[in-house]
Design a protein around this ligand. Structure first.
Ligand code: PGA
Length: 267
């Protein structure tokens, strides 16, 4: 198995940049706090701020992604921002299909697949978010839901060498700002990550002429949903958990840095 470098991504959602890029954070000057988001030789770090904060976070020298991009280049879509615009603004990555967008903005699997294709066309690295709701889990449909969300994207990809990162985010484990909410257990998360890895492999086998390429079979699979310093260790030591998409805890540079340091131990 190829050793995949760990990736810890900060999803700042609709919160102001925690490092006010000027104001002190927990007594530390912000420039020092900013280091938390820079990653290390062993761990990649990416920050997903609001659209309005993208320029200042870029200016701070961080790797920046957008939380969303519309698949069309431009058009009559009030309030939207296209993948092309995101790219032109200096982003290198983009989240596609975060569960909060699926819920709040009615993003369907088909729309999310179009986003991923548009991201690739605009030379952005898509991070595809997938995961089941509590109701779907209770009904025993977790794997079916995740497979449907993934398959439609894999089938649409132009090549098995398309850059892709997956974020498995069980919707029921996302903190929603509640720092006390438990994450999925490491065993539960690992089982789903291993399943996703199998789906990636199976999808490659469907295209025999591409045998020599590993492509997205080796895509990183991040876990998201209440990851914090207290549970990062047990999650990040799992063989198929290649990092985290961190919401709540990423708003605190000290907590984020602790997660990055934990990831470094397992890189
Ligand atoms: P959380 O959010 O870490 O606050 O659960 C993760 C996410 O929604 O990406």
């Amino acid at each position: 198995m190829t050793k995949r470098k760990k990736l810890i991504a900060a999803n700042w959602k609709m919160y102001p940049a925690p490092v006010a890029l000027g104001a002190p954070v927990q007594g530390k000057p912000s420039m020092e706090a900013l280091k938390a988001y820079r990653g290390t030789p062993e761990v990649d770090a990416i920050v997903f701020p609001t659209f309005l904060d993208i320029p200042k976070v870029l200016k701070a020298g961080l790797i920046v992604g957008a939380q969303y991009g519309h698949p069309e280049e431009s058009g009559a879509h009030t309030g939207d921002v296209s993948m092309k615009m995101v790219k032109d603004a200096g982003c290198t990555h983009v989240l596609c299909g975060h569960s909060e967008r699926r819920k709040d903005h009615g993003e369907t699997n088909t729309f999310v697949a179009a986003q991923v294709l548009s991201a690739l066309k605009n030379d952005l690295h898509p991070i595809l978010c997938i995961g089941e709701t509590w109701e779907e889990k209770k009904a025993g449909h977790s794997k079916k839901v995740v497979q449907e969300q993934l398959d439609i994207v894999l089938r649409a990809l132009p090549s098995h060498d398309s850059p892709l990162t997956i974020a498995y985010e069980p919707v029921w484990a996302i903190s929603g700002g509640d720092a006390t909410k438990p994450a999925a257990s490491a065993a539960e998360a690992e089982e789903m990550h291993a399943f996703i890895r199998e789906l990636l492999k199976a999808s490659r086998h469907a295209e025999p002429f591409d045998k020599l390429r590993t492509g997205f079979v080796e895509a990183r699979i991040l876990y998201g949903g209440s990851m914090k310093p207290e549970n990062a260790e047990e999650l990040l030591r799992q063989p198929n958990i290649d990092g985290g998409l961190v919401g709540g805890a990423s708003l605190d540079p000290v907590k984020f840095q602790k997660i990055v340091e934990t990831a470094a131990k397992h890189s």
